[in-house]
Design a binder for this molecule. Sequence first.
Ligand SMILES: [Ca+2]
Length: 319
Amino acid sequence: MHKVIFDTDPGVDDAMALLFLHNHPDIDLIGITTVFGNASIETTTRNALYLKQQWDIAAPVAKGLGETLDPSRAHVGWPTFIHGDDGLGNIGVPETVDLACDPRPAHRFIIDTVRANPGEVTIVAVGRMTNLALALRDDPDIAVLVKDVVIMGGAFDMRGNITPAAEANIHGDPEAADAVMTAPWPVVVVGLDVTEKTVMTRSRLAAIAASGGKRAKLLSDISQFYIEFYEQHVDDGMVVHDSCACVYVVAPELFTLRSGAIRVVCGGIADGQTIQKADDHIFPPSDWDNLPSQNICIDVDAQGVLELISKTLGQSPAA
Ligand SMILES: [Ca+2]
């Protein structure tokens, strides 16, 4: 079993990833930590509680902070045109959800949970890296106690999606992302290089909704607004960014990796760009020296990923 903390900004594709983690038999979801990004921290936290309630998820929800690691960074608006005004595809999520959060802020929840399960916790982070960076800042020693960190974010051998240089999760808090990529914990980055190859068609989602019971039906309803947004990018369906990171945890053989130190550009026109120095390439001294080699995904068996998502989400829960 993989003990997973899911750091998330729900978010439509976050919702699919959450249901994957909840349903998969080899995953023990031990915590959900929220971060801002697809919507404000109040909205993403409300949405996490809503999904916990609707899907009977046992894991506690811990609320993250609502600003970047460097508080002087300018705030840009929320992507309501992708995720809806409510962050979940305008399905009409209630204003408040009658469930309590864990009393601890997200980064403290991460620290405590890692320390209670040394060497066992996988952190799957599919929003901005703010909570992880705050956890490292408060308790740097946890880095060697984490089993691994799987990140959805970044774009390495291709353009970004929020600027020509940068992917949105990393661009949303570049200082935090650079701290996470350069820390001495094993990181695997599942970026646009593979997520944009992983498109779930409308018919596949409909089949999941037909076989997966009430939970899958809600997921399908949430996803429709996002699919309409993606019509300008893909022929039919949705890119399942965040689910790819969750699939990596249980089926890493579906991904091709490349190892090397990673830095994140902080400031300037390439703000938020992710750049890896591959281990097999020699350069003169640079800002990538003496940092841990991390893995990025450079290719994916997209059909294999989609089939595993279908199988996992399309199961009616036993309960
Ligand atoms: Ca996300």
